[in-house]
Write a protein that binds this ligand. Structure first.
Ligand SMILES: Cc1cc2nc3c(=O)[nH]c(=O)nc-3n(C[C@H](O)[C@H](O)[C@H](O)COP(=O)(O)O)c2cc1C
Length: 241
C-alpha cells in the first residue's frame, strides 16, 4: 500500500545532479522567534539540577513514564526543562544557538506549556518565549480534561504536572529547504523531545512523548491556525509513581 508518505519520501529526495536550485531571499527570511507582545509575562527562575547526573546514568534511566503522582513540579524545574529542551545555549558571531541542533539553525519548533500542577503557576496554556526565557500567558484555566481528550483520551496528559506541546512554524524551514523542510522539522522536534526526556531524568522526573493526538484539537487549545503553524507532538511530564 502506498500513499502520501511514500510520495513525500520520494519527491523530497536529494539526487546528485538534480538538486533543487533556488537562491535564498534573505529579505524574506522568517523571524526565528514567535512572540506574544500583548500576553502577560511570567519570569522563569534560574534553576540548576540538585546534583549532576552522568550521561551514562541518564541514558540508562530514561524510559517512558505514564503514571504520575498527584504532586506538583516546581517552577524552577519547569524553567530548567524548557531551557534544556530548546533554550539558548550560546551566541556565536551574534547568532543565538540552542540546546538542540536544528537544520540550518532555523529553529522551526515552538514550545507551549499546558500547566496542570506547577507550583506558583496558575493552571493554563502558555507559550515559551525562548529569547527572554519567560512564559507568555495564552489562557488561564484548567485544561487537563481538554489536553487529555486531544491526546485521544490518554489519561497521562490529565495527571501530568505539565504537558509540553511542540508546534512547527513551517515557513521558517521551508524558506530554505522547500518541501524537504518537512523531513527536518520532524527531526528537529525529535531532538528537542529527547533533550527534554534526558533533562527530566536528571531531575528525577518522568516524561512520555505523545504522538497520538487530534492535531486540530491541540491547535485549538493554543489558538494556532493548523496551517502556517501546527502541532507536531507533545510530552507529558510529572513526578513518577
Ligand atoms: C514519536 C513518538 C510518539 C509517541 N507517542 C506515544 C503516545 O501517544 N502514547 C504513549 O503512551 N507513548 C508514546 N510514545 C512512547 C513510546 O511508546 C515509547 O517510547 C516506546 O514504547 C519505547 O519505550 P521507552 O520510551 O520506555 O523506552 C511515543 C514515542 C515517540 C518517540
Amino acid at each position: 500500500m502506498s500513499g502520501t508518505g511514500d510520495r513525500f519520501q520520494r519527491d523530497t529526495k536529494y539526487e546528485q545532479g538534480n538538486m533543487p536550485g533556488h537562491k535564498l531571499d534573505w529579505a524574506a527570511k522568517p523571524d526565528l522567534y514567535k512572540e506574544y507582545p500583548q500576553a502577560g509575562k511570567i519570569e522563569l527562575p534560574a534553576f540548576e539540577p540538585a546534583q549532576a547526573m552522568s550521561l551514562d546514568k541518564t541514558l540508562r534511566q530514561r524510559k517512558s513514564v505514564r503514571d504520575f503522582q498527584d504532586r506538583p513540579i516546581s517552577k524552577g524545574q519547569l524553567a530548567y526543562l524548557l531551557w534544556a529542551s530548546t533554550g539558548i545555549q550560546r551566541v556565536e558571531d551574534g547568532y543565538e544557538f540552542r540546546t538542540a541542533p536544528s537544520a540550518g539553525a532555523l529553529y522551526p519548533i515552538e514550545t507551549y506549556v499546558v500547566a496542570n500542577n506547577v507550583k506558583a503557576l496558575e493552571p493554563g496554556a502558555y507559550h515559551y518565549a525562548i529569547r527572554s526565557h519567560q512564559l507568555e500567558l495564552l489562557q488561564q484555566r484548567d485544561l487537563w480534561r481538554q489536553i487529555a481528550a486531544a491526546a485521544l483520551g490518554q489519561s497521562m496528559c490529565a495527571t501530568a504536572a505539565t504537558v509540553f506541546i511542540w508546534t512547527a512554524v513551517f515557513e521558517r524551514c521551508k524558506w530554505k529547504y522547500g518541501q524537504r523542510a518537512y523531513r527536518y522539522i520532524y527531526l528537529d522536534a525529535g531532538h528537542i523531545a529527547e533533550n527534554l526526556a534526558l533533562a527530566a531524568v536528571s531531575l528525577n522526573l518522568g516524561t512520555c512523548e505523545v504522538g497520538a493526538l487530534y492535531d486540530d484539537h491541540v491547535n485549538a487549545i493554543i489558538n494556532i491556525d493548523g496551517t502556517k503553524e501546527s502541532t507536531i507532538c507533545m510530552a507529558a511530564i510529572g513526578v513518577p509513581q
